[in-house]
Design a protein around this ligand. Structure first.
Ligand code: NAD
Length: 352
């Protein structure tokens, strides 16, 4: 992999590698852009197929964080880190978390770590024992998923408005893929607002809980969430890259709005296909920004009320981006342009 070339093309400022023989930690921190401020982004623990895969992941995710923070109007840049696991599902140890905390500390605040796949509030707390630049443990924002789900629910309202429908969930069916930390809470918001939820998960326990506590209908074995005609809003809340050219061609939902990161396999091309098909797509980094708004907001010294107001504003931002889609190739492009405008404005203020 030509790392410097990729950094140049994608616009990364800094990529750092670290290995700690005692804990076995192997990690990468990628800082994409700090024009608007120091950069917050989760730490992902994952067993990658290769080092190149891990590096591409951290480059891509950190770039996404820049747009997410900028579109959410935070004085934050974008970054991310990954911890490479030898085998899938390896437990995070205190020694590994502390070694990661020391690595984060070498960035002197330019990078602020947080939770991501494979990292728990406890892991964040252990990192916090070594550096002040961590959010997401008890006492430092905690679990951000309730805010991510609420932000996504707000983005759904904007999608309904843009589609010319009343902002009313009665009579609306939301198809949720993944009933984990964010999907489950999103299902609750939809149910509390009077909507129906059809959902799927690979974890039978998550399904049972959603059935029992929320009255969610579980997708049948012979049904496909992506082609089920009754679904008004498809909400991917599990994995990335779930929409591609093939399934967009047959997608039945008129609206896509979920919490998952990187929903589109090929953002530019797939975004355009969605637009061509008249499907309203809430760009993921706008719709799922609630969690980062919470953690970055508290880190920056915002009050709880200011954080809540910013999470509410996801509805307005989503609508603004959707309105701009007409003059862009796709909603994704419109969202990137919206974020870049803010970064450019920040750069010109800084150099004025
Ligand atoms: P989670 O791990 O708590 O939940 C994911 C759920 O998806 C699990 O219940 C899992 O069993 C299920 N799942 C996995 N593969 C599936 C499949 N093939 N089909 C159906 N279900 C499947 O994760 P989360 O925190 O809810 O995050 C979900 C997505 O949202 C991820 O892409 C994450 O990066 C993104 N996200 C999360 C947050 C947050 O605050 N947690 C913030 C922004 C973005």
């Amino acid at each position: 992999m030509k790392l410097l070339q990729n950094m140049t093309v994608m616009g990364h400022e800094r990529v750092a590698f670290h290995q700690d023989p005692e804990s076995g930690l192997r990690a990468v921190i990628a800082i994409h852009d700090t024009t608007l401020g120091n950069a917050l982004g989760g730490t992902r623990r994952w067993c990658y197929g290769s080092e190149a895969d891990a590096i591409m992941d951290v480059l891509r995710l950190s770039e996404g964080m820049t747009y997410k923070a900028a579109a959410a109007d935070l004085a934050m840049g974008g970054a991310k880190s990954v911890i490479l696991l030898d085998t899938p599902g390896q437990e995070g140890t205190e020694a590994q978390a502390r070694a990661m905390g020391r690595f984060v500390d070498t960035m002197e605040g330019a990078y602020i770590a947080a939770e991501d796949v494979g990292v728990s509030p406890q892991f964040c707390a252990w990192m916090h024992d070594e550096t002040a630049h961590v959010m997401g443990d008890e006492g430092h924002g905690g679990d951000p998923s309730p805010f991510t789900s609420l932000g996504c629910f707000n983005a759904m309202k904007a999608c309904l408005a843009f589609a010319g429908r009343p902002i009313d969930f009665h009579g609306i069916t939301v198809g949720i893929q993944g009933l984990g930390a964010t999907g489950f809470k999103l299902a609750r918001f939809v149910r509390e607002a009077g909507g129906e939820v059809v959902a799927t998960d690979v974890n039978p326990h998550a399904i049972r809980q959603a059935q029992d506590e929320l009255g969610v209908r579980v997708l049948g074995d012979d049904e496909d969430l992506f082609t089920l005609p009754e679904i008004d809003i498809l909400a991917p809340c599990a994995l990335g890259a779930v929409l591609d050219a093939k399934n967009i061609a047959t997608l039945s939902a008129p609206i896509v709005c979920g919490t998952a990161n990187n929903i589109l396999a090929e953002p530019e091309a797939d975004g355009q296909l969605l637009k061509d098909r008249g499907i309203v797509y809430a760009p993921d980094f706008v719709a799922n920004a609630g969690g980062v708004i919470r953690l970055a907001g508290l880190y920056l010294g915002l009050t709880e009320a200011q954080v809540d107001e910013k999470v509410d504003r996801i509805e307005e931002t989503t609508l603004e981006v959707l309105r701009r889609t007409a003059s862009h190739a796709s909603a994704y492009d419109a969202a990137v342009a919206y974020a870049r405008e803010r970064i450019d404005a920040g750069r010109s203020t800084a150099t004025a």
